[in-house]
Structures are given as structure tokens and as C-alpha cells.
Design a protein around this ligand. Structure first.
Ligand code: PLP
Length: 442
């Protein structure tokens, strides 16, 4: 084990254990296609796509070439000030816009997903203020949802551990139960009841993740339609957070488009650049954008950060859009999604430890029954790692997440399922990781 004192790098874990548990040789040094190599020379199938973002794999020639070319020609231009954005910013927005759902038309590039969600929430309040509705300032989100870290994003995230440690966060955030039990397509969402009781005239926006990453809960089309209708009726902006579900993960540009959902504001991130450069986007309808244009000049919507819409991110995004359009990626996601789901469900029947399989597209949760071992889920991850497959582990739900790159092949899906099958059998036979069981957790 590496001596903790030897590290100058720290990460965000509450327990401070992640790096201190790593062995020499475990840091990653190379990625090719769907696989990554550590410095000891071991290759792994990356079934968590980096941090759910490396959607097109690690060495995609189109992405590598686009970023390389951009760094040689114009490595930086500001989206914020002095009226000279990169021409590539205009081109990228024009390329993305036709693929956005409903009336969504305008694109503002930012730096990361949390920032995009915060911008969306503040933009909603700003628009209501401009419209003379200052009382409309509450933002509604779901328990169990994840929207990133930050005073606004953590507040909207429905995981209580994020609310405890650094409050007070963004005020006037209301959480409503998400659909954590299978819901009938006709059931009225709790959100409608809670917001009706609270007073819709005091609500600015509702933020939803169409598939909740933290556990793979899929919000049905009818459920979301009822929320959208309720929002429209009460002049509440519907913000759909597609940081994870957008840009192909569901087998389409957006989950909203797949479900016929028309958000007022949509956020993208992660796969927008295939993870090659950090960049996100806040997208809105021309109607809402017009309201910004019509505002008095001193009430402009101030939002931006030095590296927003970074030209390298824009270059990566243009390459991603070209690849999504030209390489039959969505068809692959749809095909491999079915294969993965079938294999996971078969596996659940064989292993008592699996209590549920949930998800859509290429984003599946495998949840485990209570085992009495607080580190069981992480041990599954470590046992899979020992078999050459990396998966994500959640810290609020006893589940692993399988989120492979969108280019994953049928053989690789079989490899993932086989590793999970073997890992669960290992654990049932008393397998224990060589290092501490919490290693790599969060
Ligand atoms: C749905 C959703 N929204 C927002 C975020 C935050 O994105 P970022 O990590 O880029 O800040 C995430 C990250 O996991 C996410 O899954």
C-alpha cells in the first residue's frame, strides 16, 4: 500500500481512503477504444466509460484529430467577453441545434455539468424576475436525483449527504419523491401533488433526470408527460438534465426526443465531448431566449466562466456530432442495450445476491440484496476488476452501474456479463479482495 503521506493529490472522498488504498502500478496511463491500461501494464474493459463520459472510446481518430488540429490553430477564445468568440462556437451550436428536442434551439456552452444545471436553475429564476413574477423562485427536484456538486447543483441533488456538509446551499429548493417503486403509467407523479400543495405560483422550475443515474430508475413517458403538462399549465420551466442521458447514451441525441418530451431548458455534458475535454451546454427555446433579448440592457443574464465553450471542447463536440451522425452509434446502443439487459436479467435469476436490474440505453444498475456486509457492492466492483472489467459503484444505493462506451461490441457485452457472473460466484464462495474492502469506494 502506498504511504498516504506520499501523495500530494487528494480527491473528494469523505473517507479519504481512495488514494491511500491504491497500490503502485494501479494508476491509469493509456486508453485505446473501450480499454484502459494501468502503469503495471494490465488492460481493463472500461464498463464505466471513465466517469460515464468517454462515450466514443479512448482513441477515436476523429476526436483525436479534431482536438489536435484545434490546439494547433486556436487553443483558446473567450465566449464571455469582448465580442470575439471562436467561430467554431457558432458552428458547433448550429451543428447541435437540429438534434435538440421540441422548441429547443439556442445553445450556451459551459464547462461542466453541475455548472450547466446551476445556470439552468438561475436562468429560470431570472426569466421570472424579468417577467415581473419575483415570487416564483422555488426550484423542484427529485429525491435520489444527481445534478453535480456546487451550491446550486448539490442543493438540487436529492442525496441528503450532499446537503449536510456545506450548507446552507441554494435556498428555495424543494425535493419530491422520485418514482423509486415501479409506477403505473397512469399514476399521478408525487411532484404534481407536492407542488400543488406548496403553491405552483411560487415555483420557478422543475428539474428532472429522465433516467436517474443513481440507481438506473427510468422515468416513464407518461409520467414525464404529466409533469410537463403540469409545468406548462402553471408557467413553471421544465429543465431536463441530460448531462448523462444526452449525446447518445440512450440511443438517441436526447432521451427527451425519444419520449416526445419538450423541455424549456435542457442541459448536456459528459458525452458532449466524449470526455476528451470538459464542456457542457445549457440549451433553451428561442422563445425564452427572446425574453432575454427583450430585457433592458442592465438586466442581462450574467453567467460565464473563463473556460466556458473552450475551443478544444468545441472541436471535440463537432467530432462527436459527426461520429454520432455517421457511424451508426445509436443503432449499436439500441442493439447492445437489449443484449446487456437480457444478460443482466438472466444473471439476476442465477444469483440470489442480485435484487434488481434497472436502466435504459447503455446505462444499467445492478442492485444487491442486503448481505450484512457493508462493503459488498464495492467487493463486487473489485472482483470484477480482478477479472479485467471496470464498473462504477454508487454510494447511496447498493448497486454497481454498468455504463460502457457506446461503441461496445456484443462480445464485450458478453465479457462484462461474464465478469459479473464470475465475480458474484467468487463472492458467494468467500472471495475477499487482497486490499481493504473499501478500496476505490467513491
Ligand atoms: C445527471 C447529471 N447532471 C449533472 C452532473 C454533473 O456533471 P459534472 O460532473 O460534469 O459537473 C452529473 C454528473 O454525474 C449527472 O449525472
Amino acid at each position: 500500500m502506498i504511504d498516504a503521506a506520499g501523495f500530494k493529490l487528494w480527491n473528494s472522498t469523505a473517507m479519504g481512503l481512495y488514494l491511500t488504498c491504491l497500490e503502485p502500478g494501479e494508476m491509469l496511463v493509456e486508453g485505446r477504444g473501450t480499454r484502459v491500461r494501468d502503469s503495471a501494464g494490465r488492460w481493463y474493459l472500461d464498463a464505466r466509460s471513465g466517469f460515464w463520459n468517454v462515450t466514443l472510446g479512448y482513441s477515436h481518430p476523429a476526436l483525436v484529430e479534431a482536438v489536435k488540429r484545434q490546439v494547433e490553430t486556436l487553443p483558446y477564445a473567450s465566449l464571455w467577453g469582448y465580442g470575439r468568440p471562436a467561430s467554431l462556437a457558432v458552428e458547433t451550436a448550429a451543428m447541435l441545434s437540429p438534434h435538440l428536442p421540441g422548441d429547443i434551439d439556442m445553445v450556451k456552452f459551459q464547462s461542466n455539468g453541475a455548472q450547466a444545471v446551476e445556470t439552468a436553475a438561475l436562468l429560470s429564476r431570472h426569466l421570472h424576475l424579468l417577467g415581473g413574477r419575483p415570487q416564483k423562485n422555488a426550484v423542484v427536484a427529485m429525491w435520489g436525483g444527481f445534478h453535480g456538486f456546487g451550491p446550486g447543483a448539490s442543493a438540487l441533488t436529492g442525496l441528503p449527504y450532499l446537503h449536510y456538509h456545506a450548507g446552507p446551499l441554494l435556498p428555495e429548493v424543494i425535493h419530491v419523491p422520485g418514482p423509486f417503486a415501479p409506477i403505473g403509467e397512469t399514476g399521478t407523479p408525487d411532484l404534481v401533488r407536492v407542488v400543488s400543495d406548496y403553491g405552483p405560483e411560487r415555483v420557478s422550475a422543475v428539474v428532472v433526470e429522465p433516467v436517474i443515474g443513481e440507481g438506473g430508475h427510468v422515468l416513464g413517458a407518461e409520467y414525464l408527460r404529466q409533469i410537463a403538462d403540469f409545468c406548462r399549465e402553471h408557467d413553471i420551466h421544465l429543465i431536463v438534465d441530460e448531462v448523462t442521458t444526452g449525446m447518445g447514451r440512450m440511443g438517441a441525441y436526447t432521451r427527451s426526443e425519444q419520449l416526445g418530451l419538450a423541455p424549456d431548458i435542457l442541459t448536456l455534458g459528459k458525452g458532449l465531448t466524449g470526455g476528451y475535454v470538459g464542456m457542457s451546454a445549457v440549451c433553451l427555446s428561442r422563445g425564452l431566449y427572446q425574453q432575454l433579448l427583450d430585457a433592458p440592457v442592465e438586466r442581462f443574464f450574467a453567467s460565464g466562466s473563463t473556460h466556458d465553450g473552450h475551443p478544444l471542447g468545441l472541436a471535440a463536440a463537432t467530432a462527436v456530432i459527426r461520429v454520432l451522425n455517421e457511424e451508426k452509434i445509436f443503432q449499436n446502443v439500441q442493439a447492445q442495450s437489449l443484449t446487456l439487459q437480457t444478460r443482466l436479467e438472466q444473471l439476476a435469476e442465477r444469483h440470489e445476491s442480485v435484487s434488481a436490474v434497472r436502466g435504459a440505453g447503455l446505462m444499467f444498475a445492478v442492485e444487491f440484496a442486503a448481505s450484512g456486509d457493508p462493503w459488498f457492492t464495492n467487493k463486487v466492483r473489485l472482483a470484477m476488476e480482478a477479472r479485467g472489467v471496470l464498473v462504477a459503484v454508487l454510494n447511496s444505493v447498493p448497486a454497481i452501474m454498468i455504463i460502457p462506451p457506446l461503441i461496445v461490441s456484443a462480445e464485450e457485452v458478453a465479457e462484462i456479463a461474464h465478469a459479473l457472473d464470475g465475480a458474484l460466484a467468487d463472492l458467494a464462495n468467500g472471495w475477499e479482495p487482497a486490499g481493504p474492502p473499501m478500496k476505490g469506494f467513491v
